[in-house]
Design a protein around this ligand. Structure first.
Ligand code: ZN
Length: 482
């Protein structure tokens, strides 16, 4: 059916100039844009007082961390990685599915139409649990790329001071077993509209060359994205450099992973030549500002990434370090943090660059070339904001106000592939209160199961704290912590 959205104001890239336009949607895509009153449709929806923009893409999150939201108070990335065993602890398929559903509804309520989710599972990838999360996303209707996040080295092995202090635990599955499970996940992926698989060797120093190479081959064979964490903390970058004898980006090039299929999250502790190599390869970076501030990891120099020619998307990260999965908030932080570098105001991210990163840039990170604009031929993935809401009171500069003032409460509706997945601030067909209460119950049981592993992780965090603090104090050029 062909639907006409009549009476709204369209705001889209690359120019981001708001224009009153009617939007015709057919077969899940934008069929036409026209001056108010100039188009027809088999069905008509009055969207007067609505700003229609491409939906935001949350280009980096972890739905499996929903059950541990807010758990860590003051902790660094390394503390989080020491906790990752219990935070990704074994769970039933229902909890994986519910976590994806809750995550999806939270992101959609903040104007998201798409997500890249990296899901860790203690003990190695479990296809059934991953497929359950995929079904969860599909049931809400969020466009999704879902990857099993894997490693064959522990943080104890990857960061030598942790291993020296706490010992190195027995290794789990080897690279070939992990790749085989990822293959099973990819090749058995259920047919779900708008949801597809990817691979994710989590952090280069946590993965053997055999694991990275095996996943890269699987990605090439099936045309998948490869998503990893790149130079997120100073300790991660320096441990990587020591292990590889050169920068992590150089190592990715050596392993054959540096290419257009690569999505690299964080990208904080990089040199100019690293950024040039990413750009030259056509890789996409994802900045994750809320998590980086929360964990004291540093601040990605997005201006330097853009100047080098790297495509940039924006992510929230998981609920263990975000803690809200709020893409509007992540976009605002990205804009503000570009002003934290010593540079002229003319080098701050522009409103247009920021909006493009949050939409088209995120779509590039997910491998979607027909998502991220309100333009004929593109997918009808749209966010509707209330022009009578506080963010636009008064309406002075709509594009700027989306970045600086819009919050979750300003989003009224979200459409994905021509279907409303959020309408008048409700989720059609979802009994959210019932799902939330079931989630609470399952989380309570799951957390009780993790108590022993959590206690061991917390003891290790205490034990290694002085050594990690000394590592963090080591110099790095240029230093990004503010
Ligand atoms: Zn992450």
């Amino acid at each position: 059916m062909n639907l006409l959205l009549r009476g709204g104001v369209v705001l889209t890239g690359p120019d981001w100039v708001p224009v009153p336009l009617d939007v015709q949607v057919a077969e899940g895509r934008i069929a036409a844009l026209g001056a108010p009153g100039s188009l027809t449709g088999e069905a008509m929806l009055d969207v007067t007082d609505r700003l229609i923009m491409p939906g935001l893409i949350n280009a980096h999150t972890h739905s499996h961390t929903l059950p541990v939201r807010g758990t860590l108070r003051a902790g660094t990335l390394e503390d989080l990685l020491l906790s990752s065993g219990w935070m990704a602890g074994a769970r039933g398929e229902e909890l994986s599915e519910l976590s994806a559903i809750i995550a999806a509804t939270e992101m959609i309520a903040s104007g998201a139409t798409g997500v890249f989710d990296l899901m860790a599972q203690a003990g190695g990838p479990d296809p059934a649990g991953l497929w359950a999360a995929a079904r969860g996303y599909a049931s809400v209707g969020l466009r999704t790329v879902l990857a099993p996040m894997v490693a064959d080295r522990s943080v104890h092995e990857a960061v030598p001071v942790i291993g020296e202090c706490c010992g190195v635990p027995a290794s789990g599955l080897d690279a070939s077993a992990i790749v085989a499970l990822c293959r099973e996940y990819v090749e058995g992926f259920p047919a779900l509209a708008g949801v597809g698989p990817a691979v994710a060797p989590t952090i280069p120093a946590h993965c053997s060359p055999e694991l990275v190479g095996g996943l890269q081959s699987l990605a090439v064979e099936h045309g998948l994205r490869v998503h990893l964490h790149l130079a997120e903390s100073k300790i991660q970058a320096s441990a990587g450099k020591e292990r590889f004898g050169h920068s992590i980006v150089t190592e990715l090039a050596r392993l054959g992973v540096l290419g257009p299929q690569l999505t690299a999250a964080h990208c904080i502790w990089l040199s100019d030549s690293d950024r040039e190599a990413l750009a030259g390869a056509g890789a996409t970076a994802v900045t994750v500002p809320g998590s980086n501030l929360r964990l004291g990891s540093g601040v990605a120099d997005v201006r330097a990434l853009l100047r080098a020619g790297v495509k940039v998307g924006i992510g929230t990260d998981g609920a263990n370090s975000a803690d809200l999965l709020d893409p509007l908030d992540a976009m605002r932080l990205t804009s503000l943090l570009s002003r934290a570098f010593v540079q002229p105001a003319s080098d701050w991210l522009t409103v247009e660059e920021t909006l493009s990163a949050a939409t088209e840039g995120g779509a590039a990170a997910c491998g979607w070339d027909d998502v991220g604009r309100v333009e004929p031929g593109y997918r009808a993935d749209l966010a509707f904001l209330d022009l009578t809401g506080r963010a636009f009171l008064p309406a002075n500069d709509l594009a700027n106000q989306v970045v600086t003032a819009a919050r979750m409460c300003d989003v009224t509706d979200v459409m994905v592939g021509g279907r409303f997945v959020y309408q008048d601030r409700t989720f059609p067909g979802l009994d959210l209160p019932a799902l939330e209460s079931r989630f609470r119950l399952l989380v309570q049981e799951w957390r009780a199961d993790q108590a022993g592993a959590r206690g061991m992780a917390e003891a290790q965090i205490e034990k290694v704290r002085p050594a990690l603090a000394a590592e963090r104090a080591r110099g790095w050029e240029p230093d990004h912590l503010l």
